[in-house]
Write a protein that binds this ligand. Structure first.
Ligand code: ATP
Ligand code: LTN
Length: 328
């Protein structure tokens, strides 16, 4: 049995990319492991958030976790700000971090470059908070997309740095990349990843999109003029992205899909991709609608926070003792 930890920021509406790259893997690995899944709302405030929206999205993300297959009996589901050890250990990890290594993070460089002269300091100190999230639970594996590799690497470095100076307190975590490493691309610019913060909403399928919108977006997805369905990321990024999506939805290989559409055009192909996406998302959407306004969700999150707190507190106590942060 391994300990698993992952988190998603409640900073926008979740996309098909988040589902295939993250959420789906979360539920696949929950059986037989000790899993913690967190709504990382304190990470979201490293850029300005509207308070009412942040509150709503926190609840929505928790409901989506469950709707997409996380079983609260098997996995611990909670909100980061309800377990105070995250920021407490986050501060300690900040004191162990070097400004130079934080400035080298590509996510920091990307996000900071959009903020002119007023770069929030929390954008720079985002990775030590993420390290604290992971290390508090003595995590073995962290399921995330490959864009998070650098953050995982700094987490490992910080854990090793701590253990070297203060003794063996932390387990050194590994990244867990989904078996097919699905990376869903934008429907309008298929060389760029599909992202919840894309301003062009026709480029993105949101998990809560209605069937009509999904059909429209896929119908208008950028392709090429060849009218031949086969996988070639360089020459046919649009069609290859749709093949990837269909393959992830139906478990068919690229070759099987190519063979099935050998004498069919893009119209029929796109219709089938849309149908596959709609039938995968429909049950998730139904479960989401039942849950989001249900007090049962609060119950689940309260129990989750209590369980997470109990585990996190053991590690945090060890850290404080190792560092001399105690009085008696
Ligand atoms: P933003 O646009 O705000 O940067 P995002 O949509 O990239 O957000 P994150 O909150 O950064 O999403 O990521 C949540 C998880 O979803 C991460 O593990 C990330 O790797 C995964 N993920 C995000 N977009 C995709 C995608 N297009 N394909 C596969 N996985 C993705
Ligand atoms: N940085 C991650 C979100 C995140 C996370 C974590 C992921 C915050 N803390 C701990 C895994 C483990 C992102 O932007 N996707």
């Amino acid at each position: 049995m391994s300990i698993i930890f992952s988190g998603i920021q409640p900073s926008g509406n979740l996309t098909l990319g988040n589902y295939l790259g993250a959420l789906r893997n979360f539920s696949k690995i929950q059986a037989g492991n000790e899993c913690y899944y967190c709504v990382v709302n304190q990470h979201a405030i490293t850029v300005p958030q509207d308070p009412k929206m942040l509150h709503e999205r926190t609840r929505q993300l928790a409901a989506i976790y469950i709707a997409s297959g996380l079983d609260p009996e098997q996995s611990t589901l909670f909100v980061q700000s309800e377990v105070p050890e995250h920021v407490q250990l986050g501060w300690i990890m900040t004191t162990l971090s070097y400004v130079g290594e934080l400035e080298r993070m590509t996510q920091y460089k990307d996000k900071a470059s959009k903020r002119g002269d007023s770069i929030p300091a929390g954008l720079l100190t985002y990775p030590p908070l993420m390290a604290a999230d992971i290390l508090l639970y003595q995590t073995n594996y962290v399921p995330v997309g490959d864009d998070q590799k650098q953050h995982l690497e700094i987490t490992r470095n910080l854990a090793q740095r701590f253990n070297r100076v203060y003794g063996d307190v932390f387990t050194i975590p590994d990244i867990y990349l989904g078996h097919d490493g699905t990376r869903v691309m934008s429907l309008q610019e298929p060389t760029k990843k599909m992202s919840k913060s894309d301003d062009n909403t026709t480029a993105t399928i949101y998990l809560l999109d209605n069937p009509k919108d999904i059909e429209k977006k896929i119908k208008r997805a950028q392709t090429d003029s060849e009218n031949s369905v086969h996988y070639d990321v360089e020459q046919k990024p649009g069609i290859s992205n749709l093949i990837e999506i269909l393959s992830a939805m139906t478990d068919q290989t690229h070759d099987e899909i190519t063979a099935a559409y050998a004498d069919k055009g893009y119209g029929a192909f796109k219709k089938d991709v849309a149908d596959a996406v709609i039938s995968t998302l429909e049950p998730i959407q139904q479960r989401y609608q039942q849950l989001v306004g249900d007090p049962e969700l609060d119950d689940i999150l309260e129990k989750g926070a209590a369980k997470a707190h109990a585990k996190a507190n053991v590690t945090y106590d060890k850290v404080c003792h190792a560092m001399g942060l105690y009085r008696k």
